[in-house]
Ligand binder design. Structure first.
Ligand code: COA
Length: 182
């Protein structure tokens, strides 16, 4: 069902639509830390942010598009200090109406391939709320393993407190499972 989905790096001209996409995602996704009211970037700031991703060889912003519309995104960041720069982190989302169609997996596999051929990056790390079943299932499906838990690190508006799971993947390691890409 994701046949007409394109995965590509974000362009400067995506700034406005990407801003709208992120705003909508923060408003609708329950398992992200940032709330819609805490996201204050406008299109110009978004343009600058995309330009920084484009020119930083250790980071990337990928978008999934359908007929030109942004329906998913994944962006990564790296601490460039020498002792830790083999590790990169990322965050991702798929638009609410497009979930469950393989777009998240497609975005993530694209990113894993990008890391795998990178000259320096070796390890991908992520944080996910312990009650985010869909995201954890996706990460496990492509080979991420849980490495740690930050107990009670997240408090929702209704008072519920959940753990923050740290998961990681070493794309180049020989024990990585073969991922079905169909
Ligand atoms: C997590 C998220 C990105 C997954 O994207 P998606 O496009 O819906 O995922 P896919 O359709 O590619 O699913 C890939 C795999 O994830 C798992 N999965 C996805 N949604 C699931 C769900 N609701 N329940 C259980 N497993 C699920 C399945 O293993 C699936 O593989 P399968 O299709 O072979 O069964 C999406 O749910 C989302 O944007 N959530 C809100 C934002 C968010 O929580 N981001 C992650 C923060 S850490």
């Amino acid at each position: 069902m994701s046949d007409q989905i394109t995965i590509r790096e974000a362009r400067l001209s995506d700034a406005g639509p990407l801003n709208g996409y992120i705003r909508q995602t923060y408003a609708s996704a329950n398992h992200l830390i940032t709330r819609a009211t805490e996201f204050r970037a406008g299109s110009w700031k978004q343009r600058f942010w995309i330009a920084r991703k484009q020119t930083n060889p250790f980071e990337v912003c990928l978008v999934a598009t359908s007929e030109g519309d942004i329906v998913g995104m994944l962006d990564s960041w790296t601490d460039r200090r020498k002792r830790v720069r083999h590790t990169t982190g990322f965050a991702m989302s798929v638009a609410e109406n497009w979930r469950g169609r393989g777009i998240g997996k497609k975005l993530l596999l694209h990113f894993i391939d990008w890391v795998q051929i990178h000259e320096v990056l070796e390890r991908i790390e992520l944080h996910v709320h312990s009650d985010n079943k869909a995201a954890i299932a996706l990460y496990q499906a492509v080979g991420f393993e849980q490495e740690g838990v930050r107990k009670d690190a997240v408090r929702y508006e209704d008072g519920r407190i959940v753990d923050d799971h740290i998961m990681a993947l070493w794309p180049g390691r020989s024990n990585r499972p073969e991922i079905p890409r169909g």
